[in-house]
Design a protein around this ligand. Structure first.
Ligand code: ATP
Length: 581
């Protein structure tokens, strides 16, 4: 099943494959003819001690010519198989990477990034071996084996049949190896994946690792998985060294003994000529070499099959990012958002949002406040359509969220995430975000609107200043401003702000507040705020508690009510003592 699916990747390369087969076939035939020529030389010339020059020169030249042809064609077939293999793997990697881009966030919640990287790099690499080496070795050596077998039967049918007496043992051996090694390889690949996961986790959290002096713990944990990986490899090596080459070698010696015994018995009847025996033993040597080659590749074959299983699992993953459903192509004109009785759970067990209903009128700002874990980000995640809605309805301008095409939704709903993520490239690339339709003026305008231009201008490269991975060389306030500029360059109708004012100094915060104020003008905004001082001018504040909206109103209304919001507000004002909690 897995092998068949892998082989399907060869279909687009069938012409090149036929060419490679052709080269292989001719090269093998040329190679095979060699011993037959030597047999003619021994039986017809050496044994009778006849050495006429013309036929012998012809014989020698033919031998040399055939050898040359074999070498050239060997090169051509090897090159062809390699090209095909590389093309197949390139396609496979593109397929996997393409698939990963469309997986839902729920999938990434449960699968470690390192392990995903491992599937896209290491596992496809192991599959590459199948097409580069395993397949060509199997085909080449099978053709060789067939060639040798034919030559053996042409030489002496009886002797050839005797040589194959031990053949069933070889098949038994192959089956035993495949059965035993499958499990071991699975462990090898899984532990490798786990190591990548740990590595990626510790690199991403290096600051925390060092700050909490977790280096030893991480190293120990890594070591444990590393040890499991080594052990699995050792087991695998034992299997390889026991069942592959040595077993075949024993089998080849046993076959030789059988043939010599037969010859020893049969020579009295002068049934077998010495030249025939020489050629037969020569052919037997040539038979077991390809068998050995195939056996050695069995280990790579198994690796490839296990890895392919893991890659196909990923390709078949059903947990896709939610996308458009239903008829029509609605557009976002005004930006009126409604949540109607939305209940949501990440794990299918605990509801983290319970019966949430509210309306954000066009141009209004609605703020979400509440203790940590109360469900604020979850509301944003649903509005961003990162997760599929389970119960209730979300609409924009009266159209259900799921009816929008991705392009419209992503263009009109701009997200400023909690932790802005910058990509490798330049500042301009990060603001433009691959949208070539955005002119330099628009990019500059967006930077000016959010007041990011003043710090960008001071950079040596200005807009072309390089950004390293995750924007690590910029401060969090600068990253925040760049993320604002990126969102504003799109000019969305709706803004989703997630704790946009965390962790910055007062001056930067003022700048950010000013930027946010400008950004919100004329846009529908849903904002998460931990600092209540920043959302006092919101048209509506929703107070969440354990997934429910427990209070709603303006800042003044909520203070008058003297409920949870009031308590939170006083706490933040440093007036804890006045609150009876
Ligand atoms: N990806 C996820 N998978 C499973 N559970 C999650 C996920 N994200 C959040 N949760 C759970 O959902 C609940 C609500 O989380 P949410 O992030 O919406 O809270 P929040 O109010 O935004 O918190 P904070 O203010 O700390 O960001 C929490 O109990 C959290 O454990």
């Amino acid at each position: 099943m897995i092998t068949r699916r892998l082989l399907r990747y060869l279909i687009p390369h069938r012409k090149a494959l036929i060419g490679a087969f052709f080269f292989l076939f001719i090269a093998t035939a040329a190679e095979m003819t060699g011993p037959l020529l030597i047999k003619v030389f021994i039986d017809d010339y050496l044994v009778p001690e006849r050495f006429p020059s013309t036929p012998l020169i012809f014989l020698g030249a033919s031998y040399l010519g055939l050898h040359l042809i074999a070498v050239v064609l060997q090169y051509l077939q090897q090159y062809s198989f390699y090209r095909i293999a590389l093309a197949v793997i390139q396609q496979l990697r593109m397929d996997v990477f393409g698939k990963v881009q469309y997986l839902g966030l729920a999938f990434f919640d449960r699968v470690a990034d390192g392990s995903l990287v491992s599937r896209i790099t290491n596992d496809t690499e192991a599959i590459k071996e199948l097409f580069v080496n395993v397949m060509s070795t199997f085909i080449k050596n099978s053709v060789l084996i067939i060639g040798v077998v034919i030559a053996m039967f042409l030489l002496d049918t009886k002797l050839a049949m005797i040589s194959f007496i031990l053949l069933p043992l070889l098949f038994g051996l192959m089956q035993a190896y495949r059965f035993l090694s499958f499990k071991v390889y699975r462990v090898v690949r899984e532990t490798l994946s786990e190591m990548n996961a740990r590595l990626s986790e510790s690199i991403q959290g290096m600051g925390v690792v060092q700050a909490w002096r977790q280096e030893k713990r991480f190293a120990d944990e890594f070591d444990e998985v590393n040890e499991q990986h080594v052990q699995a490899n050792v087991k695998n090596m034992k299997l390889n060294s026991l069942l592959l080459r040595p077993a075949v070698d024993i089998l080849s010696i046993a076959t030789l003994i059988v043939i010599l015994t037969y010859f020893g018995i049969g020579v009295g009847d002068s049934a077998v000529q010495i030249g025939v025996l020489y050629a037969m033993i020569n052919l037997l040597g040539r038979l077991f070499e390809p068998v050995n080659q195939i056996m050695m590749q069995l280990s790579f074959l198994q690796q490839a099959i296990v890895s392919a299983g893991r890659v196909f699992e990923l390709l078949d993953e059903k947990e896709l990012a939610p996308s458009k459903e239903g008829e029509g192509n609605p557009e976002i004109q005004e930006g009126r958002i409604t949540f109607e009785h939305v209940t949501f759970s990440y794990d299918g067990k605990t509801n983290v949002l319970k019966d949430i209903s509210f309306v954000v009128e066009p141009g209004q700002t609605v703020a979400l406040v509440g203790h940590t874990g109360s469900g604020k980000s979850t509301i944003n995640n649903l509005l961003m359509r990162f997760y599929s809605l389970q119960q209730g309805r979300i609409t924009i301008d009266g159209n259900p969220l799921e009816t929008f095409v991705d392009q419209e939704l992503r263009k009109q709903v701009g997200l400023v995430p909690q932790d802005p993520f910058l990509f490798v490239g330049t500042i301009r690339d990060n603001i433009r975000q691959g949208n070539d339709a955005l002119t330099d003026e628009v990019v500059q305008g967006a930077a000016e609107l959010v007041q990011a231009d003043s710090f960008i201008e001071k950079l040596p490269g200005g807009m072309n200043e390089p950004v390293v991975e995750r924007g690590a060389t910029f401060s969090s306030g600068q990253r925040q401003l760049l993320a604002f500029a990126r969102t504003m360059a799109q000019s969305p109708k709706i803004l989703i702000l997630d704790e946009a004012t965390a962790h910055v100094d007062t001056e930067t915060e003022e700048k950010i507040q000013e930027a946010l104020y400008r950004m919100r003008q004329g846009r529908t905004t849903l904002a998460i705020a931990h600092r209540l001082s920043t959302i006092q001018d919101a048209d509506l504040i929703l107070v969440l508690h354990q997934g429910e909206i427990v209070e709603r109103g303006t800042h003044q209304e909520l203070l008058t009510r003297q409920g949870l919001y009031h308590k939170m507000y006083l706490l933040q004002q440093g007036l804890k003592e006045e609150v009876n909690v």
